[in-house]
Ligand binder design. Structure first.
Ligand code: ZN
Length: 562
């Protein structure tokens, strides 16, 4: 999401809950570091490299939805095929139920392999027991039948006079990383976290309506539409009786605009084409075959909301006479930037929201500075200036509401990126961000690994800058903490030998390939057994815990072959 037009003054002080982070923020200390030694130990940033094999996502969803437009309800049968790629048996399968936060999801049936099971619903966490644990590499099929009645008030999940917004509308697999993610949904920010999957949606409306959704429209027959989407984290739908539709092609992307007026559709189409071009230039190509921009009945204060290959815009925000430099324009750019940060490069939006929001916010200013420098100061004031003191590393659960959350995570987060660009220079900064995107595409990025990557691309120590904004302990020391990871460069097969050395005492070393933990212990000389790891691409994440409990991370894209 979200606009900066929150219910609190953008530059106002944080609430008491926001302020509590300040004590965790260590004062920056400026000290020189032996750079030659540091760079020798860290080594150059790994250049992005096109790898050969992409394994299919672990999950695929088939959604068959019947929308009763007049009643404002959706009856859905959801069939999920899941392969266990985590390396350990799964005794149960956990979903997160977004709509249940509003009490609007009624689960009618849950089944595993066609056999009814008694699902446990605890708040927004839905758990299906398995008769036998799902063995590593085995697959199972889960069926959920449910009805949702979206609230009749404006929102990303809503059924109002203007139409329906279906965001976070079906139970989605929780992330399994060591254990299932059973954190409850909170209403601050966008407390969503999922892995990429394949989707197949068939949706029928009770009366004639325009429907747009994440993915490519495979076919349509009267009131029935069929969409398919590959390698996306979620699937959203927008429905209205009276959209003005327009499409255009930008490079390999089809842009589809579903707007509430002709003028808006023209403005969205022109600006979305421009933003895809500029962002693609900076970050790597736009990742999906389609991009939908849809007006929905979001509160004007809410701005917009990002979903993979689909952005929702608040139709209530008036179209200005001059789109460039307007709030609506900046908002559209922010939401489209989320296609790289959140959609392509995933992050834990509950614990690490800055990893998408700060980037999507900073993109607005960076664009204007490039394309219309005369409008850049206005964009900076609107989106970045001010903010509250506080820890950019905070979780959404640390804030009572969106106002203080945005002041810290968006504004101060973007201020950090501005400081980073100033320190690195334009070329190194964008190379760093492109490298971050290429490494983590279709996977989940982590903050400390990004900061570690930033340090590796810098000729000066970054801890003085980082520690102004973040409480991550690994970056608080005046001197950069040096550690070295030796790992085979080429494709991995059979086994891989990793060696870790550090200039500080290490208590624990964990090695992850995506969500699968391959090593966990005090040893810093490791031989990883890859014999039952599926061939494909992974983000190798090496995580060290210092004896002072500081956590250090380094990531790299690797390929496993047979
Ligand atoms: Zn956002």
């Amino acid at each position: 999401m979200h606009s900066v037009r929150t219910d609190t003054a953008p530059a106002g002080p944080a609430t008491s809950r926001g302020v509590s982070h300040v004590s965790r923020l260590v004062t920056p200390v400026h000290l020189a570091v032996a750079l030659a030694v540091m760079l020798a130990l860290i080594g150059p940033a790994q250049p992005p490299r096109a790898l050969a094999t992409e394994q299919p996502p672990a999950a695929s969803y088939r959604l068959d939805a019947a929308v009763d437009v007049a009643a404002g309800t959706v009856d859905t049968t959801e069939v999920v095929r899941l392969r266990n790629v985590g390396g350990t048996p799964l005794p149960s399968i956990v979903f997160r139920v977004g709509p249940n936060g509003g009490g609007s999801c009624t689960l009618r049936r849950a089944a595993v392999e066609g056999q009814d099971v008694t699902a446990q619903l605890d708040g927004s966490v839905l758990e299906l027991p398995l008769a036998r644990p799902l063995a590593p590499a085995a697959a199972t099929e889960l069926t959920l039948t449910f009805t949702i009645a979206p609230p009749s008030t404006p929102g990303r999940l809503a059924a109002t006079r203007r139409g329906m917004a279906l965001g976070n509308w079906f139970p989605i697999l929780a992330v399994h990383r060591g254990d299932w993610d059973r954190r409850q949904y909170v209403d601050t920010g966008d407390a969503f976290f999922s892995q990429v999957a394949d989707f197949d949606l068939t949706l029928t409306t009770s009366t004639a309506a325009e429907v747009v959704a994440t993915g490519q429209r495979a076919d349509a027959d009267g009131r029935k539409v069929h969409y398919v989407a590959s390698n996306v984290r979620d699937l959203a739908v927008a429905i209205a009786p009276d959209y003005t539709m327009r499409t255009a092609t930008a490079g390999d992307t089809t842009i589809i605009v579903a707007a509430s007026s002709r003028d808006r559709s023209a403005a969205y189409l022109g600006r979305a084409t421009e933003f895809i071009r500029w962002l693609g230039d900076k970050l790597g190509p736009y990742p999906y075959p389609t991009l939908v921009v849809a007006d929905v009945d979001l509160p004007a204060s809410y701005g917009g909301m990002e979903y993979p290959a689909l952005v929702m815009m608040a139709g209530r925000i008036p179209l200005p006479s001059q789109i460039e430099g307007s709030f609506l324009d900046e908002l559209l750019l922010h939401e489209i930037a989320h296609q790289w940060f959140y959609a392509l490069v995933g992050n834990d939006e509950i614990d690490d929201p800055w990893l998408d929001e700060a980037f999507a916010t900073y993109a607005i200013y960076a664009y204007y500075r490039d394309a219309r420098p005369d409008l850049a100061p206005g964009a900076y004031r609107e989106w970045i200036a001010g903010g509250a003191s506080g820890d950019v590393a905070a979780s959404v659960t640390d804030f009572p509401s969106d106002g203080p959350y945005i002041n810290v995570v968006y504004r101060r987060g973007a201020q950090f990126l501005d400081g980073l660009q100033n320190q690195l220079g334009d070329t190194a900064f964008w190379a760093l961000v492109r490298d971050h995107v290429a490494t983590n595409r279709d996977r989940v990025a982590t903050p400390r690994a990004f900061l570690d990557r930033a340090q590796a691309s810098s000729t000066t120590p970054l801890n003085p800058l980082i520690s102004q904004y973040f409480s991550y302990r690994a970056f608080q020391s005046p001197e950069t903490r040096l550690w070295k990871l030796d790992a085979p460069a080429g494709p991995w097969s059979g086994s891989a030998h990793l060696a870790v050395s550090a200039d500080f005492p290490v208590a624990r070393v964990q090695v992850w390939l995506d969500q699968r933990r391959l090593a966990d212990g005090p040893a810093n000389d490791l031989t990883l057994d890859l014999t039952d790891v599926e061939p494909g691409e992974y983000v190798l994440l090496v995580q060290l815990s210092g004896q002072d409990e500081a956590i250090y991370e380094r990531s790299r894209r690797i390929e496993v072959i047979r």
